[in-house]
Design a protein around this ligand. Structure first.
Ligand code: NZQ
Ligand code: ZN
Length: 386
């Protein structure tokens, strides 16, 4: 096991009707920016619950953060923060709204030329404006981690940011919120969380027995609850397990002390930037080809995953590893997620070359757990994903 340090300061308030506890978590004299998305919270009652919880606070609202939070819109929100002298940001939404808040937090106090620097120059956030979240969509884990991904339509870019100052102060996780989520987004959430675990697990055996079993248990839980959540989002037991699995998949815990990959996300983000495909779906497009292309390097872990998560018993390591990839593809299909780029766009020719060139230009010359996945390999994997 590798040496590691672990600190996760986000307070989680989990369970039924926990939005009522909001007022306890925000400083008394705070001027709050209530940040939300396209309006789902106004239809499903979450907006009313939040407003009720904040009756005695001074609030200014900013709605309209789109899926894949857009830089230009966030810059409008930044203006509101400055004009209204906001001191606390409350994100009410899924990963996009929460990531939007994570961008605004350091942007609000940034003194350089343009806040875009934070993304383009990869400036780590040590400190930002404090923020909390009310999660409405289990998927990304953003509610308990210190990363964010921001999109800029103008340049078709989707860039990441992070740093210890980007953990939410608190996140309220009421599993009842999933009752209003459309099936497509539920499937996305299940797929995104599942792939987050794979990114931190599907590398090579490293003797981290506990981390492996943490990862496998999250995968097993997602597989178990997925059909229940999709069939009946009012099934509270399934919803609670789904929500907590998504958070645990990317709150830092399972990746401590082990090698991690994250190349599937690096490639997937480009497919969202170029084609607007939902984040989770880009992962389902890339992951199977990535595991096939890197089969020799990953087959021990693939076989272990096959045995422990999919209960595969037949054949040698190679056979189990191949079967495990197939099981994963079938699982995505059962969720209603297509796994080829051509299922989403007819304009896929040239995509692999374009993305490989972007990686070269950014100096991303060696991705993956061995830092050996060069742009030419990225190109091959993406061609296999057409
Ligand atoms: O905009 P609203 O009206 O809120 O509707 C949203 C949106 O249309 C809707 N929705 C959310 N909660 C709902 C609901 N509809 C009905 N009832 C509810 N309770 O769902 C749609 C998608 O929301 P979004 O926030 O975009 O989804 P998700 O949580 O999957 O977030 C995706 C974004 O997070 C980034 C992705 O790249 C993408 O930009 N990621 C962030 C990560 C992180 N910060 O750690 C890691 C991930 O790998 C990912 O990259
Ligand atoms: Zn993801």
């Amino acid at each position: 096991m590798n040496n590691f340090e672990f600190k996760n300061p986000t307070k989680i308030i989990f369970g039924k009707d926990t939005i009522d506890k909001l007022a306890n978590e925000i400083p008394d004299k705070a001027k709050i920016l209530l940040l939300y998305g396209g309006g789902s919270i106004k239809q499903n009652g979450i907006y009313d619950q939040v407003k009720k919880g904040l009756t005695n606070f001074d609030i200014v609202e900013f709605g309209g953060i789109p899926a894949n939070p857009e830089y230009a819109i966030l810059m409008e929100a930044l203006k509101v923060i400055k004009d209204e002298k906001v001191t606390f940001i409350l994100a009410v939404g899924g990963g996009s709204v929460i990531d939007g808040a994570k961008f605004l937090s350091p942007a609000a106090i940034y003194e350089g030329e343009t806040p875009w620097d934070i993304l383009s120059k990869n400036i780590r956030t040590e400190k930002g404006m404090p923020f909390g979240t009310v999660l409405t969509l289990p998927a990304t884990g953003s509610e308990m981690n210190s990363g964010a991904v921001i999109t800029r339509k103008e340049t078709k870019e989707k860039l990441s940011m992070g740093g210890p100052g980007l953990f939410p102060q608190f996140s309220i996780l009421d599993p009842q919120v999933i009752t209003s989520i459309p099936k497509r987004q539920l499937a996305n959430g299940l797929t995104d969380a599942f792939t987050h675990v794979l990114e931190q697990y599907m590398t090579y055996p490293d003797g981290a027995i506990l981390q492996d079993r943490f990862a496998e248990s999250i995968l097993q839980t997602i597989i178990e609850v997925a059909p229940k959540v999709l069939k009946d989002p009012t099934d509270y037991k399934a919803a609670a397990n789904f929500m907590w699995s998504c958070t645990m998949a990317l709150n830092g815990m399972i990746q401590k002390g082990v090698p991690t990959d994250w190349a599937v996300h690096a490639m997937g983000h480009e497919l969202t930037a170029l084609f607007g495909i939902d984040h989770a779906r880009t992962l389902a497009i890339v992951a199977p080809s990535h595991y096939k292309f890197n089969f020799e390097a990953k087959k021990e872990k693939l076989a272990q995953y096959g045995e422990r998560v999919w209960n595969l018993t037949e054949g040698n390591t190679d056979a189990k590893a191949h079967a495990a990839i197939e099981k994963t593809v079938v699982f995505f299909h059962e969720l209603g997620i297509d796994t080829k780029l051509s299922d989403y766009t007819k304009e896929y020719e040239g995509t692999a070359e374009k993305i490989a060139q972007r990686f070269t230009d950014r100096g991303w010359l060696g991705l993956g757990e061995h830092q050996t996945l060069s742009p030419d390999k990225v190109e091959e994997i993406l061609k296999m994903s057409y």
